[in-house]
Design a protein around this ligand. Structure first.
Ligand SMILES: [Zn+2]
Length: 447
């Protein structure tokens, strides 16, 4: 089957009936073509994605899928959530194919998709590391830490991106089998649980937006609302606050605990508010974001003050030398702020994206696009010891044992065109400084 023409599509595309003040531009209508951001995007494309593929191979991430699929023998490598690194890379490749097709890059994406598909079990379950390390009876036995739904979330995001931006549908078929499997395990009449690490919420809303299947949005809403209510991760150290499960998201007054977990959760909650026209949930999301900006954000836009547990600290606890400000937290905050901008049209959210992009995000990657900071402390003392892999005293590094940040950077660069402008029936709104072409279909702005 011939692939549909590739055109970069936004990562978050509200449905036509959704309650959004602003709309992302149509696929292909947002193009960064020159200047500062274009240079960085091209390095991500030509060097970052290629070296990422090699690092994912060297770390055993791709091999894990091949072992489960029966193409190789061996034991699982890496973290329990290792699959997600491959999915984020694939999502980045999808956007790049939308920006400009490339047969070699497309071939790599198809090959990796094939490995992933080969690791899916008969009933739709898919997690290569869990499958290799645990028995089928142990699935979903440790929701706090085993990241199974988190990995599905990243797979689904990659599948949506491949379908929309690259015309590739194979991973979407895998994602839909996962959804059918999830609907047989979790739900109002089934098991009331969710994952220790959010991302499934916004991934499922996006899959609903692509497929128009309301049962998928219902499942997203279920996972959002069960957290902090029926599922508070009893017994899991360091307590429900770490997992953003102290209270349901609709009752939260501030972000707490693990920064990336909280930021992904609120991005998903905002998606849900947009699709449901849920003014109360949107107001809660805006209030929590305002509190975050006022009391828990570095001058760089960096978020998460505590090295311990990669966590938010108390209000105004903004240490400099041991501040954490994980690169993934900057990306999660960009995703949340972008959704609030779409929902409300308020400039404060575009300003937040700008500050995050130029400071908290960009600090996480080298000019060459192949080395990364996991942590972005605001100060490095003379004589600082590189006491662990993530320490900034190493300088930027090519990869990490926990490699969440590098492919997260890749997918952010690759989809950046769509953070620059939006449209309404009134015309075009430009939110960021970038050289390129933005069109509403009726008129075109060149900047
Ligand atoms: Zn990270």
């Amino acid at each position: 089957m011939a692939a549909a023409p590739a055109q970069l599509s936004a990562p978050a595309v509200p449905t036509t009936q959704a309650s959004a003040a602003l709309r992302p531009l149509a696929p292909g209508d947002a193009r960064i073509t020159d200047g500062f951001w274009h240079t960085r995007q091209q390095r991500n494309r030509s060097a970052g994605l290629r070296s990422g593929y090699e690092q994912l191979e060297a770390s055993g991430t791709f091999r894990n899928f091949r072992i489960v699929g029966g193409a190789e023998q061996g034991e699982a490598s890496g973290m329990i959530f290792q699959d997600s690194d491959g999915y984020k890379w694939l999502e980045a490749v999808a956007y790049e194919l939308g920006r400009e097709d490339d047969p070699e890059l497309r071939g790599m994406a198809q090959q990796v998709t094939g490995w992933i598909a080969s690791a899916q079990q008969e009933d739709g379950y898919l997690n290569s590391v869990h499958t290799l390390r645990h028995s089928p009876e142990e699935r979903y036995s440790n929701m706090a830490w085993n990241h199974e739904l988190y990995c599905y979330g990243h797979l689904i995001q990659a599948a949506v991106a491949l379908s929309r931006s690259a015309g590739e549908e194979e991973l979407l078929a895998v994602a839909l089998r996962i959804v059918d499997h999830l609907r047989s395990v979790f739900g109002p009449d089934l098991r009331h649980s969710t994952c220790g690490h959010p991302v499934i919420e916004m991934a499922l809303v996006e899959l609903y937006r692509l497929t128009d299947r309301t049962d998928i949005q219902d499942l997203a809403r279920f996972f959002l609302d069960v957290r902090g209510a029926d599922e508070r991760f009893p017994g899991a150290h360091p307590g429900p606050g770490y997992f953003s499960a102290d209270v349901p998201v609709r009752a939260a007054h501030s972000v707490e605990g693990h920064a990336v977990r909280a930021l992904y959760l609120f991005a998903g909650a905002t998606d849900q508010a947009i699709e449901d026209g849920d003014a109360e949930l949107l107001a809660r999301s805006e209030a929590v974001f305002a509190d975050l900006l006022a009391t828990k954000t570095y001058v760089t836009g960096g978020m998460g003050a505590r090295w311990d547990w990669e966590a938010f600290g108390d209000p105004y606890e903004m240490t400099t030398d041991r501040g954490y400000a994980e690169t993934c937290a900057a990306i999660g905050a960009i995703q949340w702020a972008w959704r609030l901008l779409l929902a409300t049209g308020k400039g404060v959210y575009a300003d937040a994206v700008e500050r995050l992009l130029f400071n908290a995000f960009l600090a996480g990657v080298s000019l060459a696009g192949t080395e990364y900071f996991y942590v972005n402390s605001l100060q490095l003392r003379e004589g600082a010891k590189a006491d662990e892999g993530r320490s900034i005293a190493h300088g930027r590094r090519g990869w990490f044992d926990c490699a969440c940040c590098p492919p997260n950077i890749m997918r952010t660069f690759a989809s950046l065109d769509h953070l620059v402008a939006t449209s309404t029936s009134e015309g075009l709104q430009i939110h960021q400084f970038a050289a390129g072409t933005w069109s509403t279909g009726e008129g075109t702005e060149r900047l």
